[in-house]
Write a protein that binds this ligand. Structure first.
Ligand SMILES: Cc1cc2nc3c(=O)[nH]c(=O)nc-3n(C[C@H](O)[C@H](O)[C@H](O)COP(=O)(O)OP(=O)(O)OC[C@H]3O[C@@H](n4cnc5c(N)ncnc54)[C@H](O)[C@@H]3O)c2cc1C
Ligand code: SF4
Length: 461
């Protein structure tokens, strides 16, 4: 059994799924999960764990799973990861734990992510209240994305009273408003949030830290002992090309928020979205893949990725590119938009692009794309979505004296534990690193929680 191939996770048929928001990957059956878990060698020096930013005891949870001790497996994961249903779905495991698994040298690595997802889904919502006795301290958290949620969970587990302030009307950050339901169902995020509520975490929505109340007010008037800032990097960047202000142009964040959070796909939605026939997305990351596949699900006839390098350099997960292709997405690689051409009413109707070729490597180590003279071409386009990255959300830093930021507007931290230049204020996740990953944001939230406990004299390193 041990050197057998990895058990694949069943997926919905591409034709059927390309028009619905149902989850693409269906999850393992019990026999599939246990079978996959039994492939694990239970290494004495498990390299897989080195690849996990939150150090889940991977062999231990897999062993319990292989023996059908599902709750014990869940408890082991939960010890270090408060959002396993999320991470099992969206973490880039192929670059992390799975890339280091010893079985990968000669065959398929263990499907750690699929197993994590199985254990989490099996235990979803089945737990009692887990509120810890109070230690008499209270901490505020700005932002309810994975960084804020991980920080909240870690502190609540140790008896700290935690209030999470969220600017939007829903909790979860990008997990709820960004990543579409066909990859991460909102119900999975909700179940993990409910668990935090059972631990005593209080959530206040429609509360913008820096506007509804300042950090100073929260600390000095409301008596919070510390604040963790996990406000994310939700500010879109746009290319400087003619026509970019036209009707029918969206940032990927706005487009996905309208669909995921405001349910714009529903007839009569109060926050509608243009349902284009020819959707063109500029970019090559996970965000671009999510946007283009969403375009299809809203009924587009064709949906195209325009990316200036080759597929090899695309930052999106290989699995996401594969799924997009299977669903019929077109890829215009080595191409860059030059201009949007508009109709008489100011709506985008075509995008003029130019072919690119790869030159010398740039600072990122990737070969720099250069335009090929005279290679312009046009694509029909009535919805143009920009997915070329985002910037730090500036509201908290601009409104907080003494909270320093770097040139990019990211909050500066002065050590590896999320301490900032302002006393009692900690930060982590995309607001510090710029757009990154769920698991890195969670790791940062957890590290900051440890620092907070230490600084409050609650005995953590
Ligand atoms: C479409 C999309 C797809 C992605 N796919 C993946 C993937 O497959 N795998 C992966 O690992 N990562 C993925 N990412 C990246 C990942 O989601 C982020 O790195 C992660 O969510 C960052 O977490 P965070 O907690 O720092 O910030 P966020 O998730 O951005 O959460 C920040 C929260 O703070 C709130 N906020 C902002 N300002 C304030 C304020 N002043 N007061 C109160 N609240 C405030 C925001 O409303 C938001 O809810 C994706 C991102 C996007 C946009
Ligand atoms: S490295 Fe692979 S085989 Fe070894 S313990 Fe980790 S998951 Fe199991």
């Amino acid at each position: 059994m041990k050197n057998s191939p990895r058990i694949p996770m069943p997926e919905r048929n591409p034709r059927e799924r390309a028009r619905t928001f149902d989850e693409v990957k269906k999850g393992y059956t019990e026999e599939e999960a246990v079978g996959e878990a039994k492939r694990c060698l239970q290494c004495k020096k498990p390299l897989c764990m080195k690849g996990c930013p939150v150090s889940i005891d991977i062999p231990a949870f897999i062993k319990e799973l292989s023996e059908r001790n599902f709750e014990r497996a869940h408890d082991i994961i939960k010890n270090t990861n408060s959002l396993p249903g999320v991470c099992g779905r969206v973490c880039p495991q192929e670059e992390q734990c799975e890339s280091l698994c010893i079985l990968g040298h000669k065959g398929d690595p263990i499907a750690v992510g699929n197993l994590e997802r199985y254990v989490s889904d099996r235990n979803m919502g089945g737990h009692e209240d887990t509120k810890m006795p109070s230690v008499g301290r209270k901490v505020a958290i700005a932002g309810s994305g994975p960084a804020g949620l991980a920080c909240a969970g870690y502190l609540a587990k140790r008896g700290v009273a935690v209030t999470v302030f969220e600017a939007l009307h829903e909790i979860g950050g990008v997990l709820i408003y960004g990543i579409p339901e066909f990859r991460l169902p909102n119900a999975v995020v909700q179940a993990e949030i409910d668990e935090l509520k059972r631990m005593g975490v209080v959530f206040e929505t429609n509360f913008i830290v820096g506007k509804t109340a300042s950090i100073s007010e929260l600390l000095d008037e409301d008596g919070f002992d510390a604040i963790f800032v996990g406000a994310g990097a939700g500010f879109p960047r746009f290319p400087d090309i003619p026509g970019i202000n036209a009707n029918g142009v969206y940032s990927a964040n706005e487009y996905l928020t309208r669909v995921n959070l405001m349910q714009a796909w529903k007839e009569g939605s109060k926050t509608p979205v243009l349902k284009g026939q020819h959707v063109v997305v500029m970019g090559g990351g996970n965000v671009a893949m999510d946007a283009v596949r969403t375009g299809f699900r809203l009924g587009a006839q064709d949906a195209t990725i325009v990316y200036r390098r080759t597929e090899h350099e695309m930052p999106a997960r290989v699995e996401e590119i594969h799924h997009a292709r299977e669903e019929g997405v077109d890829f215009e690689l080595l191409a860059n938009p030059l201009e949007l051409l508009l109709d008489d009413e100011g709506f985008v109707k075509e995008v003029r692009c130019i072919k690119m070729r790869l030159g010398e490597a740039d600072a990122s180590g990737r070969r720099r794309p250069e335009p090929v003279e005279g290679s312009e071409f046009t694509l029909p386009c009535d919805v143009f979505i920009v997915a070329i990255g985002t910037k730090a959300n500036p509201i908290v830093s601009r409104s907080t004296k003494g909270l320093e930021t770097n040139k990019k507007g990211n909050v500066t931290i002065i050590d590896d534990w999320g301490r900032t230049t302002r006393d009692k204020v900690y930060a982590g996740g995309d607001i510090v690193t710029g757009a990154a990953t769920v698991i890195l944001a969670m790791g940062a939230g957890k590290d900051a929680a440890k620092a907070i406990l230490h600084d409050l004299g609650l005995n953590e390193d």
